[in-house]
Write a protein that binds this ligand. Structure first.
Ligand code: FES
Length: 321
């Protein structure tokens, strides 16, 4: 958990679409909140005792509020259901200061934003910022149906409404997204951003890679955790380079858990391989990367891993701890 949690008040709660509720969070004294960049997220202490990450979806120029939106996930492990059922207008909740792992590229470039369902939230924030800056961008918003598309009114009323295109699964064929046509031209000044369900993200990223987009122009953020363990886990050892201690990691325990039981604390937040808080340098051995945070290139270097979810392919991993 982030140590710098602070308390805010829920000033407004609003149904945005089928299954999606937004929350407007303000400071207790009505003063400014810490600044944030487009793409940033906050950690929210959900009243049911969980920490969850939510992207900020209002314009970064606003200092008086943070806005988040939460989809009630039928497979919720308590986070989204807790937000929907237990957080009401007037409540006080704990949040962290904003952090950004999904920043816009700098410079005079064109930005292609691809949103799948509730994955719209960080991209909406980006669109607000880019619209205000007069930057070149387009937003492709894919949703199962119009009723499930949040913030349609806000987008329609924005100064950049003509940059947004909707693609509904239940709509006519002609409006379905054609990724090959949209991504066919990976020019050096074009950057792609995607957030949404894993299948949607894989479709966008796989298409881009197959059409020659280089890794440094693909920006993405997962909002669901790394796939759960598949049961094929084996035990291995980690050696802590600074003390020489060896800690055994049995099947069914994460490296973070095994280290904690040995009295070694690694800072964690999401514990799902999404946020990067637990990233740890690997000095020797081959990690079995199971996170959604490192890029494929970073994973291939094998010099860092996420011990909240990743394991080892080699018998031993030597960690910079
Ligand atoms: Fe978030 Fe490990 S704690 S990636």
């Amino acid at each position: 958990m982030n140590n710098s949690m602070f308390t805010v008040r829920v000033a407004r709660r609003r149904a945005e679409a089928e299954g999606i509720v937004s929350f407007e969070l303000v400071s207790l004294d009505g003063g400014d909140l810490p600044t944030f960049e487009a793409g940033a997220h906050i950690e929210v202490h959900v009243p049911v005792g969980l920490i969850r990450h939510y992207s900020l979806c209002n314009a970064p120029s606003e200092r008086h509020r943070y806005q988040i939106a939460v989809l009630r996930d039928a497979a919720s492990r308590g986070g989204s259901a807790g937000m929907h059922d237990a957080v009401h207008e007037g409540d006080e909740i704990q949040i962290s200061a904003p952090r950004n792992h999904f920043a816009l590229a700098k410079g005079n470039v064109e930005h292609l934003l691809f949103a799948g369902g509730i994955g719209l939230t960080p991209l909406l924030c980006m669109a607000e910022h880019l619209g205000r800056e007069g930057a070149a961008f387009s937003l492709h918003y894919c949703a199962r149906s119009r009723a499930r598309a949040a913030f349609a009114e806000r987008i329609a009323g924005s100064s950049w409404a003509d940059r947004a295109q909707y693609h509904f699964d239940d709509g006519e064929e002609v409006q379905h997204i054609d990724l090959n046509a949209l991504l066919v031209n990976p020019q050096p000044d074009r950057h792609l951003y995607v957030c949404g369900p894993q299948g949607f993200m894989n479709a966008v990223l796989d298409t881009a890679r197959s059409l020659g987009w280089p890794a440094d122009r693909l920006h993405y953020e997962y909002f669901a955790g790394a796939p759960a363990a598949t049961g094929d886990e084996v035990s291995f050892d980690v050696r802590l380079a600074r003390s020489g201690r060896v800690v055994s990691v049995p099947a069914g325990r994460t490296v973070v858990q095994a280290l904690a039981e040995a009295g070694v604390d690694v800072p964690v937040s999401c514990e799902q391989g999404i946020c990067g808080t637990c990233v740890t340098r690997v000095l020797d051995g081959e990690p079995d990367h199971r996170d959604l945070y490192l890029s494929p290139i970073e994973q291939a270097r094998n010099d860092q891993f996420l011990p909240c979810c990743s394991r080892a392919r080699s018998r031993m991993l030597v960690l910079d701890l």
